[in-house]
Design a protein around this ligand. Structure first.
Ligand code: ACO
Length: 356
């Protein structure tokens, strides 16, 4: 294990031939991005609004994080409502019906209940029963974990259409008296449907999923005293249970190094260079983290997508919301190389390099 948490042994699986980046002949089923969707609550909370709640200001928040506003759910709105809206939009864009879905994967750290899964209820609510439904908990990395799993499921030949939703209502697990965290998070959902295709050149060329649970206390949500780290961890606790606690500085360092190294490793494994990527879609944790990695890799601004100014950090929802915006704007085409990368609580991290 390296200092930045990336395994030297590498969990990365490249299905491409390193010298050319072409798809390996061992891959008998291609996977295409069939459609995307997103949903955010109507209510917007600006930095100026936050300055009325805690001791902060627009200048501090925008300069340190790049965030200008975030969307916040009403009390009665849940991750299920946002998931349904995003998934229905993805189905329409994919020209598919709910009954076409074989599996729905829902990545969230803010589910309605610990059981049943959000995914199982979304499957029922949209009329996709008896499709499979499963939630995954990998914090901000969750949707990228899900996209990697969807690629694998489709390649077994047993699943044709797999939906992956990233969704959060982080406002419900935020300590609104803690200025060090409450300015960061937002609510929303993004959904993508991946489908089997005869075109074997399309699909996930490379993927990694990693974790380091030894660093769990750097971002956690304790339910009571028994969940608090024992002395010596230097962990943060703002005094309010069932809200997110974060060691911002440690996560920041982890994020900067992981982002740059992961992108480097992924493109090299596929015989590509960063310049070959149509776009990198990183988890939107902090604009400074993303810009620092972008500068070190020598990528121009338009090749590293940032929308944190409008949504804040929506954890598992951030990457699929970015993907949907790019698709909706017609910025991605068949054959483009796109790299998804995320990291967060767990600690977890994941990369997924696709040829669309
Ligand atoms: N407004 C004004 N001042 C503030 C605020 C605020 N909202 N928050 C903290 N401060 C103050 C602090 O009290 C401190 O004051 P002091 O110097 O007098 O003690 C000063 O600002 C600096 O605080 P730092 O915490 O050192 O600020 P930093 O530059 O590290 O920025 C931040 C904090 C934005 C949280 C940064 O550390 C960060 O982005 N970390 C990574 C977060 C992340 O990536 N999370 C991803 C995972 S999220 C998930 O998985 C759900």
């Amino acid at each position: 294990m390296n200092a930045d948490g990336l395994s030297d042994q590498g969990t990365g699986q490249a299905t491409s031939t390193p010298s050319t980046g072409s798809t390996s002949s061992t891959k008998s089923i291609g996977v295409r991005l069939a459609g995307t969707g997103m949903a955010v609550p109507a209510k917007v909370l600006t930095n100026d609004d936050l300055a009325k709640i805690v001791d902060t200001n627009d200048e501090w928040i925008s300069q340190r994080t790049g965030i200008r506003q975030r969307h916040i759910v009403e009390k009665e709105q849940t991750v299920r409502d946002l998931s349904i809206e995003a998934l229905q939009q993805a189905l329409t864009n994919a020209d598919l019906k709910p009954a076409d879905l074989d599996m729905v994967i829902c990545a969230t750290l803010s589910p309605e209940m610990c059981t049943p899964s959000t995914a199982a209820r979304v499957v029922a609510d949209i009329g996709a029963t008896p499709a499979g439904g499963v939630d995954i908990s990998a914090a901000c990395s969750g949707w990228v974990y899900g996209a990697n799993m969807a690629a694998g499921l489709i390649q077994t030949g047993f699943y044709r259409h797999v939906a992956v939703i990233g969704v959060e209502t982080l406002s419900k697990i935020t300590n609104w008296e803690d200025r060090s965290t409450c300015v960061l998070f937002g609510d929303g959902a993004g959904a993508a449907i991946f489908s089997a295709t005869d075109n074997k050149d399309q699909g996930c060329l490379y993927q990694t999923m990693g974790s380091d649970g030894g660093r769990w206390h750097e971002l956690y949500c304790p339910k009571d005293e028994s969940d608090l780290p024992s002395n010596g961890h230097g962990a943060q606790f703002s005094g309010q249970y069932n809200t997110l606690q974060m060691n911002g500085r440690e996560i920041y360092k982890f994020a900067v190094s992981t982002l740059r190294r992961s992108i480097d490793k992924a493109v090299k494994a596929c015989g590509l260079t960063p310049a070959d990527l149509a776009v990198v879609i990183p988890h939107q944790s902090n604009a400074r983290i993303i810009e620092s990695a972008r500068d070190k890799l020598g990528l121009p601004p338009e090749r590293m997508y940032i929308n944190i100014d409008r949504y804040g950090n929506t954890s598992a929802a951030s990457v699929p919301i970015c993907l949907h915006e790019l698709m909706d704007d017609g910025k991605l085409s068949t054959g483009d190389h796109v790299l998804f990368i995320a990291l967060g609580g767990g600690l977890t991290w994941a990369t997924s390099l696709w040829r669309l």
